[in-house]
Design a protein around this ligand. Structure first.
Ligand code: FAD
Ligand code: 2HG
Ligand code: ZN
Length: 484
């Protein structure tokens, strides 16, 4: 668990009193609208990794935008700090309080507002769980343009607030493109109704973009309007073994050329990530022989025969050219799910030792895996990594959305120690900066990276972020102690 010795509670924030609870109860008259029971608060105070933990005494669960507005207006007037929370699956400590901030959970705002079957535009409450949105769409021939391992818990509002990337960004692009409108409660309680449904609208600043990826620091997203593509009729998944990182890159180039419009995901995993996942899943690996690197390719299109033929010819030529050494193709839906598990379960598998340091970075493709090697070498030199309990580090593994230039470096640890931390930081951030990468590709900065923004943003950029924050949230009540 993180300790926060260097951060002091901001004393300009009011401490919660019974009169505040009474007010919240008067606004939220639904059954579980105001949660104060200690046991019930646990889930909301601690993050998914069990690494960051706050001590809030209250969780509020409004059901309407008007209720959110009334709460935020009151908190702003009283200077009560708020942390907005979606599904609490964020990986940078942004979704939980640092001290005693009021937790505003969107979990009771989960209605579908409308769906247009012609345009594919979905309008929904921000607290709708991603998987539920996708199930609703699948019944209507559409697909949510975002997919990620936490889909069963994360909210679409949380996805927008973090600008989540996920497994199919390669195909459907970022939420900056697919989100068409938002409804947001600003820090003074004003409701900004910007729930547009236009693909083209060049009338001044595109205001919604300000909130996409703002991580709960500028406003509370209560509604999302999003353009959803037609659901592909045919899916294929191939799981491949390759002998070098060089081969991973070459296979990607080959896949883009040969599979072109049907390529919907291109993920890579190193051998060590698969070793951890095998332990976690307690099942044999899909490929018999071990390989230094693995690739998961998904194709999706409208014609199974066409896609099968394309995939087969791609695999044949990749084998002939010596790019891939072995591989299997899922034969049915169950196998599709099983193969995806060997990629999607790595985040969970990496917590096998008890703790994990996560780095989610963008790097130029040729440099990308070099970071994992550099970190492993540093940990080896410091004699901190090994198979037995005397070593704090279990392993350093690399995997991710290679098609997007996005590496996930997970350092699985048996315990959190200062020795390990000193080796990792700022080394990792300096390394990324030296390659002109980003210290956060898709998870955001949250609490974990609050002091490291300057590795990826210039002073001028940081000033503009702060100016915006100060203008809209002069009391600093929204998600304090985080990156801005
Ligand atoms: P939370 O964790 O609750 O909150 C995240 C941040 O957004 C916080 O700062 C919070 O204050 C803010 N926030 C949440 N809801 C709102 C709102 N309505 N209004 C304003 N601010 C809000 N991320 C990826 O990008 N790609 C992946 O592939 C991916 N895979 C994951 C797999 C696993 C197993 C896990 C555990 C996480 C993964 N994540 C991934 C990270 C995480 O799921 C995403 O960041 C997700 O978008 C967070 O959504 P959430 O609803 O859980 O938000
Ligand atoms: C993924 O792609 C997620 O699986 C999580 O972004 C990555 O846990 C991680 O580091
Ligand atoms: Zn990811």
């Amino acid at each position: 668990r993180e300790k926060y010795p260097k951060i002091k509670r901001n004393d300009s924030f009011k401490k919660l009193e019974q009169e505040d609870i009474n007010f919240f109860k008067s606004v939220l008259q639904n059954d579980n609208g105001v949660v104060t029971n200690k046991d019930d608060l646990e889930f909301f105070n601690e993050d998914w990794m069990r690494k960051y933990r706050g001590e809030s005494a209250v969780v509020l669960k409004p059901k309407t935008v008007q209720e959110v507005s009334q709460i935020v207006k009151y908190c702003n007037e009283k200077k009560l700090a708020i942390v907005p929370q979606g599904g609490n699956t964020g990986l940078v400590g942004g979704s939980v309080p640092v001290f005693d901030e009021v937790i505003l959970s969107l979990s009771s705002m989960k209605k579908i507002r409308s769906f247009d079957k012609v345009s594919g535009i979905l309008k929904a409450d921000a607290g709708l769980i991603l998987e539920n949105a996708d199930i609703y769409l699948s019944e209507r021939g559409y697909i949510f343009p975002l997919d990620l391992g936490a889909k069963g818990s994360c909210h679409i509002g949380g996805n927008v607030a973090t600008n989540a990337g996920g497994l199919r960004l390669l195909r459907y692009g970022s939420l900056h493109g697919s989100v068409l409108g938002l409804e947001v409660v600003l820090p003074d309680g004003t409701i900004l109704d910007s729930m547009h449904s236009l693909r083209k609208d060049n009338t001044g600043y595109d205001l919604k973009q300000m909130f996409i990826g703002s991580e709960g620091t500028l406003g509370i997203i209560t509604g999302v309007s999003i353009l959803c593509p037609a659901r592909p009729k045919a899916f294929n998944v191939a799981f491949l073994g390759v002998s070098s990182y060089e081969a991973v890159q070459k296979t990607f180039v080959h896949a883009r050329g040969e599979l072109s419009e049907i390529l919907s995901a291109f993920e890579f995993m190193d051998s060590k990530s698969q070793k951890l996942t095998a332990k976690h899943l307690n099942s044999p690996h899909p490929l018999d022989d071990p390989f230094p690197f693995y690739i998961l390719i998904e194709t999706s299109g409208s014609n199974k025969e066409h896609d099968d033929a394309k995939l087969e010819s791609f695999l044949e030529s990749a084998m002939e050219n010596g790019l891939i050494d072995d591989g299997i193709v899922a034969q049915d839906e169950t196998q599709v799910q099983t193969l995806w598990q060997w990629r999607e379960q790595i985040p969970e598998a990496s917590t096998i030792g008890g703790g994990v340091y996560k780095y989610d970075v963008s790097l130029p493709l040729p440099d990308l895996y070099g970071l994992v090697e550099a970190v492993r070498a540093k940990l080896n030199d410091a004699n901190l990594i090994g198979e037995t309990d005397e070593f704090p580090v279990v392993d350093a593994v690399g995997y991710g959305h290679i098609g997007d230039g996005n590496l996930h470096l997970n350092v699985a640890v048996r315990r959190y120690t200062k020795d390990v931390e000193k080796v990792l930081e700022p080394f990792v951030y300096e390394w990324i900066q030296s390659k002109k990468g980003s210290i956060s590709a898709e998870h955001g900065l949250g609490f974990q990276k609050k002091n490291y923004i300057h590795y990826s943003k210039s002073d001028q950029e940081i000033k503009m972020i702060k100016d915006l924050k100060n203008h809209y949230d002069p009391n600093g009540i929204l998600n304090p102690y985080k990156y801005v």
